[in-house]
Design a protein around this ligand. Structure first.
Ligand SMILES: *Cc1c(COP(=O)(O)O)cnc(C)c1O
Length: 401
């Protein structure tokens, strides 16, 4: 992606001054003219995908109707198609993954005084404004997420409540596959099977936050329905690695989806001629497998490249990279937010040394020690190699300082 950097170079300059990036000999010279047409590799999120030409054509040609009256044929086709893909009876097209998860919570926990169990690193717990509480009126109890995205099932069992007059009633268990904050981890099949079994015995439904569930299916080379056999509902984001501009799906049995459709209207999610978006979603499902395979390969390329040059300061464990998300551990001489700022700069020395391969890289720091990098459809293998080179260059800089 070529970005006219001149526009925001002055902003960067200000930020450099504010953050005093002249430290440790990293003198950063920000002559605006030098950064004209600088190549930017933006690895902040797979939500940055823009619709492909095929999607735009499908959007242009989409047959539409009023979806609140359930008269949009393209939306219906997408809902049917996604339901079949995950082995569920019915589907509902919603504006976002956040709304899909909230609707699932509202339907499963419709009784007052209920709670749900979710991992302490789950998107539902951390990144949805606590909407389970402030909109659905449902308490969230957490279990500790393990690094592989699972949690301890004994701990979960201990937290299930249903009899005592003092306690809320556990009405839902939520899991996340792939697990975003655990670094795009694919949940192991044996763990899923054991969870389905235990939840069924306690008669508690399981909701899968499957924002990136097709990444998991692609990685495991299984039919997506294999990963959702024991859950009562599942959400899927079309607007992440799948590349559609907007939209998520919520899938489950007919009764569940009917109720979710009713509540979607209350949340303002009743959209009208939204077949224009569903059309892009259908293309996204058609092309998912090849697309995600490439994203995973590019993530592996970055992980392997960085681990090969072997840094004391910037670590990636290639075995921990299952899909399109890479967690970088940042240690000792530099903190994660500083490394992110450095990635957004190109020093004189770097420009000279790397020539045309001197690029700006954007990434997200999650805390002081971790940076998240995400690959998606506009990131090529050439980009991935340039990211490795840049990190290697910064590592050398850190060694010298
Ligand atoms: C992105 C994401 C969501 C929410 O999706 P939005 O469409 O951004 O609301 C939910 N769960 C996970 C794991 C996600 O990564």
């Amino acid at each position: 992606m070529i970005t006219r950097i001149a526009r925001y170079a002055p902003k960067l300059l200000v930020r450099c001054r504010q953050q005093n990036l002249h430290h440790r000999g990293l003198y950063i010279q920000m002559a605006a003219s030098k950064f004209q047409d600088m190549y930017v590799i933006d690895l902040r999120s797979d939500t940055l995908t823009v619709p492909t030409k095929a999607m735009r054509e499908a959007m242009y040609n989409a047959e539409v109707g009023d979806d609140v009256y359930e008269e949009d044929p393209t939306v219906k086709a997408l809902e049917r198609r996604a339901a079949a893909l995950f082995g569920k009876e019915a589907g509902l097209f919603v504006p976002s993954g956040t709304m899909a998860n909230l609707l699932a919570i509202m339907v499963h926990c419709s009784r007052r005084g209920t709670e749900l169990i979710a991992g302490d690193k789950s998107h539902i717990y951390k990144y949805e404004q606590g909407s389970a509480a402030h909109i659905a009126g449902v308490q969230v109890t957490t279990v500790k997420n393990k690094p592989d995205g699972t949690f301890d099932l004994d701990e979960m069992q201990m937290k299930i409540r249903n009899e005592d007059i003092h306690e809320p009633v556990t009405a839902l268990i939520c899991i996340e596959n792939t697990h975003n904050l655990c670094g795009g981890k694919v949940l192991p099949m044996e763990w899923l099977d054991e969870l389905w079994k235990q939840a069924a015995l306690r008669d508690i439904p399981v909701h899968v936050d499957g924002a990136r569930l097709l990444n998991a299916a692609t990685k495991m080379r299984v039919h997506p329905a294999v990963l959702t056999s024991g859950c009562r509902s599942v959400s899927l984001c079309l607007s992440k690695g799948l590349g559609a501009p907007v939209g998520s799906l919520l899938l489950g049995d007919t009764t569940f989806v009917t109720r979710a459709r009713y509540l979607r209207k209350a949340l303002g999610g009743g959209m009208r001629q939204v077949g224009v978006l569903a059309a892009a979603g259908l293309v996204a499902l058609d092309t998912a497998s090849d697309r995600l395979t490439q994203d995973h390969a590019n993530a592996a390329l970055i992980a392997n490249g960085v681990s090969e040059f072997g840094s004391k300061y910037i670590h990636i464990d290639p075995a921990s990279v299952h899909t399109n998300i890479i967690m970088v551990n940042v240690e000792r001489k530099i903190k994660a937010p500083e490394l992110c700022s450095r990635l957004e700069q190109v020093t004189d020395e770097e420009a000279e040394y790397l020539g045309k391969e001197a690029v700006i890289v954007k990434a997200l720091s999650l805390d002081t020690e971790h940076i998240r990098l995400v690959t998606y459809n506009s990131i090529t293998d050439t980009d991935a190699k340039m990211v490795v080179k840049k990190l290697q260059f910064i590592n050398q800089e850190l060694q010298r300082s």
